[in-house]
Write a protein that binds this ligand. Structure first.
Ligand code: FMN
Length: 262
């Protein structure tokens, strides 16, 4: 198995059932990010090695508790112990391997490709109608039906991050092609009430701002967030949905917002 400290902020475990190898793959990243990532998995021993907390491995494996995986993991730790690669606190020594295959496309190439991805547009709202927060996203996506989960990605500098963290819930209001006025206010006005002066807003669960006439209102509790590169992934468990399929959607495509032509 191989712990991967990515330069997107995510920490993953590659091949968790391969017990004959244990090391850490390090994407190219600045020292501050690397030190923070190492602190999340254990502690640095020297320039080449890290003491890794086995509980982190158990968590990331997604297999802790499965008898076959437990047996293999115990054998791996036992093998490491023989070579003094396990310290008095039970941390396991791992060698750091620099990732030579971390080539990434340029920002311009990324943007050019993503402009070609047609995506629905939603107004994410939080708080309540006396103290609302809102932003426009095209990154809303279905995640799971059982349990019902949706997610979206917001920039870490977005003025919406603090309100979402405060309230811990949101509504994804899926916009129709008639909602240009709502989008215009959300993009132009400062965070809070001024963004909500176009469109008709009602109170949903816990007073959450619901856009009347949206194609769908999806009311959620935030159950998970994680930092990925410049963005925060926000996952919501759906508590309630309302749907109106009489309208046609607003679509973001090639740096413009348009309707859907049949
Ligand atoms: C069509 C469209 C889709 C957008 N999608 C996203 C998105 O998915 N995530 C995001 O962080 N910002 C997205 N933005 C930008 C935000 O709506 C917003 O302008 C930006 O986060 C700055 O917001 P702030 O002034 O509240 O900080 C989108 C903007 C438009 C016009």
């Amino acid at each position: 198995m191989r712990l991967h400290l990515t330069n997107s902020g995510a920490i993953t475990l590659i091949a968790p059932s391969h017990f004959k190898q244990f090391d850490i793959l390090i994407d190219e990243q600045c020292d501050t990010l690397l030190d923070a990532a190492i602190a999340r998995v254990g502690q640095r021993l020297d320039e080449e090695h890290v003491w890794v907390n086995p509980q982190i491995i158990r968590f990331l494996s997604g297999k802790a508790g499965e008898p076959e995986w437990e047996t293999g993991f115990e054998a791996m730790v036992g093998f490491a112990r023989k070579f003094n690669w396990v310290n008095d606190d039970g941390l396991i020594r791992a060698h750091m391997v620099r990732n030579e295959n971390a080539a990434a496309s340029s920002v311009d190439d990324f943007k050019a490709a993503m402009r070609m991805l047609p995506a629905g547009v939603s107004a994410i709202t939080t708080g309540d109608i006396t103290n609302p927060g809102g932003m426009v996203v095209s990154s809303l996506t279905a995640i799971s039906a059982e349990p019902p989960l949706v997610g979206f990605f917001l920039h870490r500098d977005s003025s919406m991050l603090a309100p979402l963290k405060t309230h811990g819930k949101f509504v994804a209001n899926v916009l129709g092609h008639t909602h240009h006025d709502v989008v215009a206010k959300f993009l132009k006005e400062p965070q809070g009430c001024p963004r909500f002066t176009n469109g008709q807003w009602d109170a949903g669960l816990d007073g959450l701002p619901i856009l009347v006439g949206a194609l769908a209102n999806v009311e959620c509790d935030i159950i998970h967030t994680t930092t990925l590169g410049t963005h925060e992934m926000v996952v919501g468990k759906i508590r309630k949905t309302t749907t109106d399929d009489s309208g046609s959607p607003m679509v973001n495509f090639n740096a413009g917002i348009r309707g859907l032509t049949q």
